[in-house]
Design a binder for this molecule. Structure first.
Ligand code: SF4
Length: 276
């Protein structure tokens, strides 16, 4: 659900690291979970930067945001992709269990996985029955803080070990310009995740001229300082892999001519977001 190009090698600069341990959850049987279907864009068997340890990554279909730097526009359409059951996905994932070690497991990314929240609940509830670590890589754009949605969201959280959450931009207007959406519910979701004590790793895509303003980076750090659950911040340097997908989909690529950040620019942003 971010800058990462699903089919390409991944670029992540890790800023801080916290060892992860996950509680063991007792989960009731519910056979209807296994047959629930979701719309899947693709699977990756050995994902190494999508959460703790080695992970089996499931990229779901559908996203409402239109980030200018998105490298997976093929995930935007909610009615595309392949329909797969929870049982099919987890049976396939478990072939790779020997590689997960103590901290690995499955990560659901996208697209925006929270658009298929009922499917996610079934997938993670069944994963917990099988003692599999669970992680969501999300922009949290679908989050609402009305009581009905919160009940569903918190049920999902009860089966979720950790989230990787994008902050696209701290400034509301710049966020809308960059993604097409307001960021107020995203900030509220991060606050809620802090309130319930759910571990979060933040991801920040560094795009020269768009997300690298020093004051904005400082404001982002100030916001993170008000949260109590942030275990790590990753900078994802902007890159141009995946631009060809826009051509094949007949879409305009709106960051034409923007170059990846230099090492110095990455270092500066890292130091501010790390807060040192
Ligand atoms: S939130 Fe949606 S549009 Fe933005 S990078 Fe992720 S998949 Fe692409």
């Amino acid at each position: 659900m971010n800058l990462i190009n699903i089919e390409s090698s991944r670029i992540v600069q890790e800023i801080t690291k916290t060892p992860m341990t996950f509680p063991i959850l007792m989960v009731q049987n519910d056979s209807s979970d296994i047959s629930r279907t979701g719309r899947v864009n693709s699977l990756e068997t050995f994902a190494s930067v999508d959460g703790p340890g080695v992970r089996f990554a499931i990229f779901l279909q559908g996203c409402r945001m239109r980030c200018k730097y998105c490298h997976n526009p093929n995930t935007w359409a909610i009615d595309s992709g392949d329909e797969m059951t929870v049982g099919e996905i987890l049976d396939r994932a478990e072939n790779y269990r020997p590689y997960w070690g103590k901290h690995g497991g499955i990560t659901v990314s996208g697209g925006e996985p929270l658009l298929q929240i009922d499917f996610l609940i079934s997938l993670f509830r069944e994963a917990k029955r099988r003692n599999i670590g669970t992680c969501i890589d999300t922009s949290v754009q679908p989050f609402k803080d009305d009581p009905s949605y919160l009940e569903t969201f918190d049920l999902l959280m009860s089966y979720t070990d950790i989230l990787l959450v994008d902050i696209k931009h701290i400034d509301p207007d710049a966020h809308k310009e960059l993604t097409g959406w307001d960021n107020s519910n995203i900030m509220r979701c991060l606050r809620h995740l802090s309130d319930i004590g759910k571990p979060v790793w933040i991801r920040y895509v560094l795009v020269p001229g768009h997300t690298d303003d020093i004051e904005d980076l400082k404001h982002t750090r100030e916001f993170l300082d008000t949260l109590s659950n942030i275990e790590k911040v990753d900078i994802l340097p902007y890159h141009t892999l995946g631009v060809h997908k826009y051509e094949s989909l007949g879409l305009e690529y709106r960051l034409q001519g923007v170059e990846p950040p230099t090492s110095d620019e990455i270092r500066t942003a890292s130091s501010i977001l790390k807060g040192v």
